[in-house]
Design a protein around this ligand. Structure first.
Ligand SMILES: NC(=O)c1ccc[n+]([C@@H]2O[C@H](COP(=O)([O-])OP(=O)(O)OC[C@H]3O[C@@H](n4cnc5c(N)ncnc54)[C@H](OP(=O)(O)O)[C@@H]3O)[C@@H](O)[C@H]2O)c1
Length: 344
């Protein structure tokens, strides 16, 4: 995409929360490539799972890792004080109701620390889950940045991830208004793509069951997808564009699960991919209408989803998470089985 590649002066200091995560790792990489000095917060800088960050180009001179937990205001404040900008990506990505408060309190803590540090802009990684979860929306409505998920619906359907993200984004907007912070929000759909981190994150797990043969059928459902590198670029784009404001839906395309397995089968026929839908009665679910024009008007271009899916599987193969053989077989890696699918 035609992202501005002009080098940024290294005296531009930005903080990325949850720096070791899937999206944040690509964001840290891009920010370092652009010349920023980056402070990344992780829960434990000495944990091997964050080692990939210190190997990034430019990390030796311009990346420092701060130990911070979302529930510990002082730890966040130490990382954010002195920064020009903050990218708040850290959040539990889970449907565990006990983690809801972490997402909300953590966001309030980050916003408050950013206000006290007088940062130029905060970019918050929200989710499409804060936008589309509304059973009362007419099928003709085009989902755009004015839409909000219905909190009662999220609660009643136990979509705790969407509930937490909606409450967290609302909290971010409230603190921004109260404290006069320049806040811009990115709302990605499900994020796929190559992983820089050692483990496998929840959104990539979404695809794993088809490659391992554990799903014998695919569901009658649709999902929007976007490449992780594009999500990182979108964050930098909205940070660097002075006129950027409000929320930005970030998605390349929406696929029925049948289309997803067809793409997988095209590139990787060696895996035991399902060929049948679990619902043979109802017609194929259609994608809801949405627009990504707001982000594209800033110059954003997206990686085709086929390429993104291809690179995701290649990355899983390179990690040894799935075997790169004629007949694929899952090598269970520690942590993978702990991740439960989340509705993004
Ligand atoms: N992946 C997607 O499809 C997708 C789509 C839309 C929005 N998002 C949003 O994007 C952001 C990043 O997601 P991701 O996919 O990159 O997930 P991820 O790899 O699981 O990253 C989440 C990060 O948040 C950190 N974190 C969680 N709880 C924390 C706490 N209490 N204190 C400090 N750090 C904490 C994690 O640290 P640990 O490693 O220590 O747990 C991890 O670094 C999240 O805000 C998520 O809601 C993701």
């Amino acid at each position: 995409m035609p992202i501005d590649t002009t080098a940024v002066s290294s005296d531009q200091v930005v903080c990325v929360t949850g720096a070791g995560g899937f999206i944040a790792s690509w964001l840290v990489k891009l920010l370092l490539e652009k010349g920023y000095t980056v402070r990344g917060t992780v829960r434990n800088p000495d944990d091997q799972k964050n080692a990939h960050l210190t190997n990034l180009q430019g990390a030796k001179d311009r990346l420092s890792l701060f130990s911070a937990d979302l529930l510990d205001f002082e730890s966040l404040q130490a990382a954010i004080t002195g920064c020009h900008g903050v990218f708040h990506t850290a959040s539990p990505v889970t449907d565990d109701p006990e983690k809801v408060e972490q997402a909300i309190i953590g966001t309030k803590n980050v916003m408050t620390a950013a206000a006290e540090a007088n940062v130029r802009r905060v970019v918050f990684t929200s989710s499409i889950g804060t936008v589309y979860m509304n059973p009362n929306r007419s099928p003709d409505t085009v989902v755009d940045e004015s839409c909000w998920s219905d909190l009662e619906f999220c609660k009643n359907t136990k979509n705790w991830y969407c509930y937490a993200k909606t409450k967290a984004e609302q909290a971010a907007w409230e603190v921004a208004k109260e404290r006069g912070i320049d806040l811009v929000v990115v709302n990605p759909m499900l994020v796929l793509g190559p992983m820089l981190q050692e483990g496998v994150n929840a959104s990539v797990v979404h695809m794993m069951k088809y490659l391992t043969g554990s799903a014998k059928t695919y569901v009658n459902a649709v999902q929007g997808y976007v490449d992780v590198k594009d999500v990182a670029k979108a964050h930098v784009l909205v940070y660097e564009t002075p006129s950027a404001s409000g929320r930005y839906i970030c998605v390349e395309s929406m696929l029925h699960r049948g289309e997803l397995v067809d793409i997988l089968a095209h590139f990787f026929p060696q895996y035991p991919l399902p060929t049948k839908c679990s619902d043979e009665v109802n017609p194929r679910k259609k994608p809801y209408k949405y627009t990504v024009e707001k982000l594209m008007s800033l110059g954003m271009e997206f990686t085709p989803i086929q390429q993104c899916i291809y690179e995701t599987v290649k990355s899983l193969q390179e990690k040894g998470t799935i075997e790169n053989k004629e007949i694929g077989r899952l090598q269970q890696i520690s942590g993978l089985t702990k991740l439960k699918p989340v509705k993004f």
